[in-house]
Design a protein. Sequence first.
Length: 331
Amino acid sequence: MEWSPNRWLQLWIVLSLSVLVLTTLAAALAGGIVVFFVALTLWTFAGSGADLFTEGIRTVLVVSASGIILSVLLWGERNAPDHAIAITGAQRVSEGEYPELLSTVRNIAHQVAVPVPAVYVAPTETPISLTTGFTARTSRLVVSEGLLDALEVSELRAVVAHEVAHVKNHDAAVMTSATQPVAAAERVTELLSGPTSGIEHGVVSRADYTDAVLSVGLTLVFPLWILSRLLSSSFARTREFAADRGAVAITGEPAPLASALKTIDSSLNERATTDFRRTSIAAFAIVEPDAGDPAGNPGPVTRFKRRLFSTHPPTRARIERLEADSENRFH
């Protein structure tokens, strides 16, 4: 099964990654400067002469500090897919436990000629599905018990097709990369906001000192930070439309995916749970859990910010596209 490449998505991939590289380098350099001046201040207070550092030595130290920050950040990302799985509490399932689910995943993967993702089921009533992994061969698909209970067979197949389309488009890896270094700042924010979601499953936050330093560096290159967030969010929204399109190409019918999106969106709105609404995996879910609004009535500024930085298109817009596609096929 083949479908034509989405040139718009490819353009956003290139643009997002370009800005990502620039933002990461700028934030790491700014963080290196901060580390250097903090170290220099401590050195001075310790009674040592600051004049020992020539301009050349200072440059080398700043570049070295920046390089260390960048290296530690990239090294830490190797565990990002594992952490995404862990904070959901998902466990890899066997053929004997979920034979129909595994058969569906295997058949669709073979249909589009991609490696079969490892399948995990999360013990939560929140209806979620997502894919993670840096390559197609290491991709993992997570669905929740709530999703399996909520969807009909045809709807579940459509959701699996959507997730496999992400693997086919290679955008799970790109999305994981494109959220850096912004994700570092988000991890720090999430940690400071209270107990993280992974605590329930014994998984501590990934936020560390490198994230903190990088967050400080991002504040010093604030315009690049905002631009990076805007492009990452825009790319994330585009990838969802592309995966919807891929799912339709795989299944041959838009209606089951539209129905599944309605069911998932309705379930998320009805449930009081906030288990995955503040986490980075929300960006990878098929429908983005709403972070909610304490007053229940967000103002125009809040709505505007959500439109700019949301990682998913409005579910209604996705459903309307699918329904229009269904009508066109019918006529």
